[in-house]
Every structure is written in structure tokens, then in C-alpha cells.
Design a protein around this ligand. Sequence first.
Ligand code: SIN
Length: 355
Amino acid sequence: MNTALPATHFAISSRLPVPSRRSVVQWMAVAALGCAAVGSVCAAAATPIIIQFSHVVKPDTAKGKAALRFKQLAEARTGGRVRVEVYPDSQLYKDREELDALRLGAVQMLAPSLSKLAGLGGDDFLALDLPFLFKDRAAYRAVVDGPAGAALLKKLEPRGIKGLTFWDNGFKVFTANRPLQTVADFKGLRIRVQASKVLVAQMRALGSVAPVSPLIDVRADLQAGKLDGQENTPTNIQTQGLHEVQSHLTISNHGYLAYAVIVNQLFWEKLPADIRANLESAMRDATSYENSIAEADNLKALDRLTSGGQLITHTITPQEAAQWRTAMQPVYREARQWISPEMLAALPLPQGAPP
Ligand code: SIN
């Protein structure tokens, strides 16, 4: 079956309107029918299938590099029948917008953080944001690589989204313009978090206000004094230049930031089987690559952030960590109303978490 797709059909920018769902579905019908059945569409026979892959971080991050690795592998393995256009750094869409764009078919692939997926896949995604849940990367991987991870991806399907795989980033640290060492240090601060009820509850438990905003706006908001601080991984802090507008960094490793690679389900299912198989194989290899570099990239970024002299670094002691955990206990109580018993059962709940 020939599945020529007009290359320009989805070539939109955030300044242009998103194509209507009707036009996406009509286009997919053409793709499914093939050239023989649709006459003039055959003129586009040599035109590759376009996958627009939008994300919100810089190219020089594990996610950014893996998106480019996927592009390279996908294009090579499909012999040029697929072209992957990677749009990093919110070039096409900011955080929430890109999820809407994927559902509408305006882009075909994203890799949003799990924190942002609760809005699409339901509150079980919030479980991965629980503070001090994972003692190390292996503990996080055990959840997403097991049945709970597969169940999470499945929860996206009623919204027309297919979850392909999980990509790592790593443990988060805090930055601010004052030392954040004890729970009392957080009182009254405005600390930016991603769009997650658990992250908002976490900051509330520490006595802060937690504005939610897109990543691309964080640096300007810190600089303008609209925010006092934020939590993120060292690679995101460094590549977004957040260290240039903050004076203190606290190594707390209090939460884990990770991603799911997701696609528009209708688009994915309408692909010819051989093409989809090649794309799946490209994604498997891009995933191994991403997950093999994320931790080391964060260690390198942390080293640069803390040895560059720009940020005064604090490390919380085990006693202070215990104090933070106690202060954050209400988050676990609150989250139990949102997260399913099945998901809770799959988590390595820390000692002392409320029953
Ligand atoms: C990301 O890493 O994709 C976004 C993280 C954030 O919004 O802080």
C-alpha cells in the first residue's frame, strides 16, 4: 500500500491555527487508502511521512539528544519514507499547548514529563511525583518497567494518545535566591512547579506558594522576581540558564523527573505495518540511548553548576531530610484520594508514609 502523505500538511508553527480534527481524520483516510485509490494524491507519492516531534527542553539534554537519535534512526531504517522534524525548546508549543496539539493531530510525537500527563491519563501519573518516593533511579525504573508502567501508558488511550516508552531525566534539586536548608527556609516563597497536584501539595506542605508555569517562562519569571525559586534537574537548570538568575542551589534529590514518549494514536495506527515496525525499533534504540545518558548528564551538569562559583551549594543532611519528609507527610495523605489502590500498591512507599 502506498501511503504518500503531503509533507506540508502538518507544517504549522504556533502562530498558525491548529488543523481541525476533521482535516486530520480526512488526511488519515487518504493515507490509509493509498495512492491507487485516491488518484491525484499519487502526485505526492515520493513525499515522506512527516513526524513532528515537539518538546520543551534544549537539544543538549538527554531528551533533546534522544529525540535527534530517534530522528536519525527512524529516517535511516525507513529508507527515507519517514521524515522526523524535531522542534525543541517550546519552539512550536509550550507545555500544555503541546498536549492539546498532539490530541488534535497537529503534531505526532511528544515526550512530556510524567507530571504533566495527569491531565490526560488521570491521577495515577501523580504517583511518580510523590516526594522522597524513590531512593534511587533503580527504584523508579522498577515501577515504570513493571506492570504499573504499562498500565499508566494504557490510561492515555481513551484520550487518543498512545504511550510508547519511558525516558529518564533524574532527581530534582531546588534553586532560590536564599539558602534552602531547613523546612522553615521555604516559608512564604513562590517556588515554580510543573502542572501536578502533588507538586503543588508538596510546596504547600513546605510553607511555599507553588505557581505552575511552562518551563520556557521560568527563567524570565525568576529574573523578574515573579518567582523566588524552582525545582528541576541539574541538566534542565543548566541548559535553561536558571543558574544565571539564582544564587543558591540545594541538593535535595527529593523527587524524580521523567518522561513518556507519546504519539497521536490514530496517526500511529494508520501507519503501514512495516513503517511502524521500523519506527518501533528506532524508538527502542533511542530509548536505550536516552536512559543510558540521563544520569551521567545530570552529574556533569551538577558538577558544572556547583563548581562554577555562580551558585552557593547546600546539601541537606540526613537529619534535615528527615525533617523535610515529616513536613511532606500530608502530601501522601492527600494523594491517596487521587491515586488508585493498584498504583499505590506498586509504589515503594517510604517508611513513615501514612497507612
Ligand atoms: C521537561 O523536562 O520536559 C520539563 C520540565 C519542567 O517543566 O520543569
